[in-house]
Design a protein around this ligand. Structure first.
Ligand code: ADP
Ligand code: MG
Ligand code: ZN
Length: 620
């Protein structure tokens, strides 16, 4: 690709306030110099004396001043030739001037320039200054007034964007998926020739610091295309309509530079569900979001513009953004596992002098749950510590201290788990997995992981399209509840106590059971009746309570029925898991070691076990 320098964007016509102010100042001083060649400032009484003494040649009377010239014989130097004095209300003056034969004239003062300056230019200048200041404080657009509403998308030249996939480690699955995007950008014809449609939007989803931004840049670097980058929060501005016009502008600019990537970081800042605020809402954000949707629909991907976006809160995104033709590809950027962490450490310790006693593998083992940014931080902190201690290289002691520091910061965020918790979580997750692998209708287990991460639930939420819920059979629903309860039951079986970790599962399980009773008519006692329409108006759901169209008694019956469903499923699931207790323990042990078990491996572990037994037990 050609060198796309930052120039085109930076050189937008700038119209700084300073130019106006300087011009005004120069004009003002010039005008006073040109119009008032003031030389001698004298008092009015002195002036009257001069008049009486007959020493004045001529004078000009204006509304506020009297300027005059002395008679030739009276002034000794050029300096003394002219004078000026403030005018005093003096009805006698004209008579005296006439008596002395002084030439005098009134003067229409030509002050429009000053007036114009004072009345218009300066106030406007001050206004602009304040405006600018306010914007700066708000982190809005900086400075240029004329580029107001233009996108602040930074365009990176190819050379500036030195990142490649080699700089990203530990998130191989995401990398693999994005490899395809690189292909699209590099050789679009290969795909379009066969009539395929290149995806428009790719949404990177993952916890903060997992390398989403880095990954997007690496894609641009790999594909060697320009990279427009803007953060969602930069879109949200003070005035309605500005965000929207920025979106329009950015897509316009990108179209000219195709093939290229538009990267919207922190999409959740503009992409929050519309109408989620019952009081007034946020028009500006909604307009920006609408414009984004319009632009995404409007352009043809075969031109080679691919929109990438990143968020760590996908659950808050407006569903419209995730529809086909928009961000239809979602790439989960996971926290790295043991090997991944080691690979990331290798990358970040490249430029750092490490002592021989430093073993990156053992650092990786010490840092479960750490993301790429944390690991980069550890290496950096350790290097700083070593420098402070005047050491030649970074030793294990610095690294350990750095880990402690970073961990202290992280523990506040409750991301890390200690050993005992790790055991509980492992058994809990294996409980889910075992139940899911045993039940016929349950979704296949793709992966079990005890790497803590905030967005694990995401995949689940996104894989549950609204329409499908009406198509599920009773068995599928109870199986789903069973899988959800599996985690808690496993904890009970192994530890004889339960943790709070299962709360979310229980909420979901009760929710499904409640739906079965209330909406799908799946309860024996209440029969085939639907209580309450499922689609509440967005305004009714929030705090105002929904309109119940059934009695308190029915409500109690619903609760009883819900409990009955849960209890039934619970008993069955518990029985099922008790039988598989050895497997549960075995699986959990492997999981605690590896942190992640993939689908294939899980199958292998389960099958090994089954082969050892007879076929008769397999029926379970
Ligand atoms: P996110 O956008 O997901 O919050 P970033 O991409 O901004 O995270 O990551 C911040 C920094 O952490 C990166 O610049 C990089 O130095 C480091 N980093 C994060 N993830 C990785 C990774 N997978 N491999 C290498 N470095 C990483
Ligand atoms: Mg980021
Ligand atoms: Zn669970």
């Amino acid at each position: 690709m050609k060198q796309q320098k930052k120039e085109p964007l930076k050189k937008q016509f700038n119209f700084p306030v300073w130019y106006i102010l300087i011009a005004a100042f120069v004009l003002m001083s010039l005008s006073s110099y040109l119009f008032n060649p003031v030389v001698g400032n004298i008092s009015y009484s002195e002036f009257k004396e001069l008049v009486r003494d007959g020493r004045i040649e001529s004078c000009q009377v204006t509304s506020s001043l009297i300027k005059g010239t002395l008679k030739a014989e009276d002034y000794r130097s050029e300096k003394m030739k002219t004078f000026v004095t403030a005018r005093v209300d003096d009805p006698e003056l004209v008579k005296e001037l006439e008596a002395q034969g002084v030439k005098y004239s009134g003067n229409y003062e030509n002050t429009w320039l000053q007036q114009f300056l004072f009345a218009w230019i300066i106030p406007i200048g001050i206004f602009f200054l304040i405006w600018r200041f306010v914007f700066k404080r708000m982190g809005g657009p900086t400075g240029s007034i004329m580029s107001f509403g233009k996108s602040k998308g930074k365009i990176y030249a190819q050379e500036d964007l030195k990142f490649s996939f080699d700089d990203v480690a530990g998130i191989d699955e995401a990398k693999e998926e994005l490899q395809e995007v690189v292909e699209f950008l590099k050789t679009p014809h290969k795909f379009t020739n066969l009539g395929g449609r290149i995806p428009k939007g790719v949404l990177l989803v993952g916890a903060p610091g997992t390398g989403k931004t880095l990954l997007a840049k690496a894609v641009a670097g790999e594909a060697e295309v320009p990279f427009f980058s803007i953060s969602g929060s930069e879109f949200v501005e003070m005035f309605v309509g500005v965000g929207a016009s920025r979106v329009r502008d950015m897509f316009g600019q990108a179209a000219q530079k195709a093939p290229c990537i538009i990267f919207i970081d922190e999409l959740d800042a503009i992409g929050k569900t519309r109408g989620s605020n019952p009081v007034g809402g946020h028009d500006e954000r909604e307009q920006t979001l609408n414009q984004l949707l319009v632009e995404m629909d409007g352009f043809d991907t075969n031109t080679g513009v691919i929109i990438m976006s990143a968020t760590n809160r996908p659950e808050t995104l407006d569903p419209a953004l995730l529809r086909p033709g928009r961000f239809d590809r979602q790439v989960v950027v996971d926290r790295p596992d043991l090997n991944g962490r080691e690979a990331i450490l290798v990358i970040h310790s490249k430029g750092v002098k490490l002592d021989e006693n430093v073993v990156l593998k053992s650092i990786a083992a010490m840092t479960p749950g750490f993301v790429g940014a944390d690991l980069a931080n550890i290496i950096n902190e350790a290097a700083l510590l070593a420098a402070r201690r005047n050491k030649d290289n970074v030793g294990m002691s610095e690294i350990e201290e750095a880990i402690e520091r970073v961990m202290a910061g992280l523990e506040k965020k409750k991301r890390l788990i200690n050993k005992k918790e790790k055991g509980i979580v492992a058994h809990h997750e294996c409980g889910h997995a075992l139940v899911a692998s045993t039940l016929k209708t349950a979704d296949k287990v793709k992966k079990i992981s005890i790497i803590p991460r905030g967005v694990a639930a995401l995949g689940y939420t996104l894989q549950l399209p609204t329409e499908d819920r009406y198509m599920m059979t009773r068995e599928e629903l109870t199986d789903r509840i069973s899988v959800l309860l599996g985690g808690r039951i496993a904890e009970e079986i192994i530890f004889d106590e339960v943790s709070t970790g299962a709360q979310n599962d229980l909420e979901k399980a009760s929710d499904i059971a409640r739906r079965m009773v209330k909406y799908y008519g799946m309860s024996d006692k209440l029969g085939i009746v639907t209580f309450e329409p499922e689609n509440k108006s967005p305004f009714m759901g929030w705090g105002m309570g929904s309109n119940k169209d059934y009695s308190e008694e029915t409500a109690r019956d619903i609760d009883i029925e819900v409990k009955k469903i849960i209890d039934d499923v619970y008993a069955k699931t518990r029985e099922m898991l008790e039988k598989q207790k050895p497997m549960l323990i075995k699986l959990s042990k492997i999981l605690m070691e590896k942190e992640v078990i993939e689908e294939k491996e899980l199958k292998k572990i389960l099958n090994d076990e089954i082969e050892e037994k007879t076929d008769a037990t397999r029926v379970n």
